[in-house]
Design a protein around this ligand. Structure first.
Ligand code: ADE
Length: 238
């Protein structure tokens, strides 16, 4: 799967994603991350890509032309004109649909995804109208730019791409699978500061362990995320 990110801070994206699991997936060629610097597409001799907002107001707005040229560059790389492919263009914005595991699953089926990261007071609306297919937010708070949100989405999507996690099972038994939170985990030693690992986990009795884990998942979801628990009940009754 190929991620293309249009950004003013490509090093932020590359530094953030080239460690740990996403970094290993990049090394193995299972995913690719191509951060494209929008500033490289400025036609201004000082490399400016922003200007004052029409109508006045605080801050600067990113101009349409450099964003559009950066987008065209990525589309050429993807081979869009030859193949007729038209990858989704995800604009990271607090005005978007709130990202969740279901959206991660849907996006993980794409071969190429283009992310557009804004800064300052946003991006000229005209280029957004032309290229954006999906407006996505990572939550109801405002960050200084779209880079961290894009990395959050890329991380969550990448781990669903086959081969990125050690085993395909790990992505299955986790928080939000079936709308339940994950059960608690323990590892050695059996006793830590007087606290013991629950007996059932040492029993080797797989049926009992499974039942215990489901019970804990349910308890935890009811207690910590009553909203998810409601959703989970409704899904089951379908
Ligand atoms: N850009 C700034 N804040 C954001 C958010 N919460 N989600 C996505 N993009 C953003």
């Amino acid at each position: 799967m190929n991620f293309h990110i249009l950004t003013l801070f490509p090093e932020m994206i590359m530094n953030g994603l080239s460690t740990s699991i996403t970094g290993r997936a990049m090394d193995k060629g299972i995913i690719s991350v191509n951060a494209v610097n929008i500033r490289g597409f400025s036609q201004d001799k000082h490399g400016h890509v922003d200007d004052y907002p029409y109508g006045g107001g605080a801050g600067m707005v990113m101009q349409a032309a450099p964003v559009y040229r950066a987008y065209e560059h990525v589309m050429e790389n993807v081979g869009a004109s030859d193949s007729g492919k038209s990858p989704r263009v995800v604009y990271m914005t607090p005005q978007g649909k709130v990202f969740d595991q279901k959206m991660a699953q849907e996006l993980s089926k794409e071969e190429d995804l283009i992310f557009l990261c804004g800064h300052y007071e946003g991006i000229d609306e005209r280029v957004l109208e032309m290229i954006v297919t999906d407006n996505v937010s990572i939550g109801d708070y405002v960050l200084t730019g779209g880079e961290l949100p894009a990395m959050v989405v890329i991380d969550a999507v990448s781990r669903l791409v086959p081969g990125v996690l050690g085993s395909d099972i790990s992505a299955e038994f986790e928080s939000f699978h079936d709308d339940l939170l994950e059960y608690p985990q323990y590892t050695r030693p059996e006793e830590f500061m007087g606290m013991k690992v629950p007996e059932v986990l040492l029993s080797g009795h797989h049926k009992n362990i499974e039942a215990w884990r489901l019970k804990k998942s349910i308890e935890r979801t009811k207690e910590r995320r009553p909203d998810l628990w409601e959703k989970s009940i409704h899904n089951e009754s379908k």
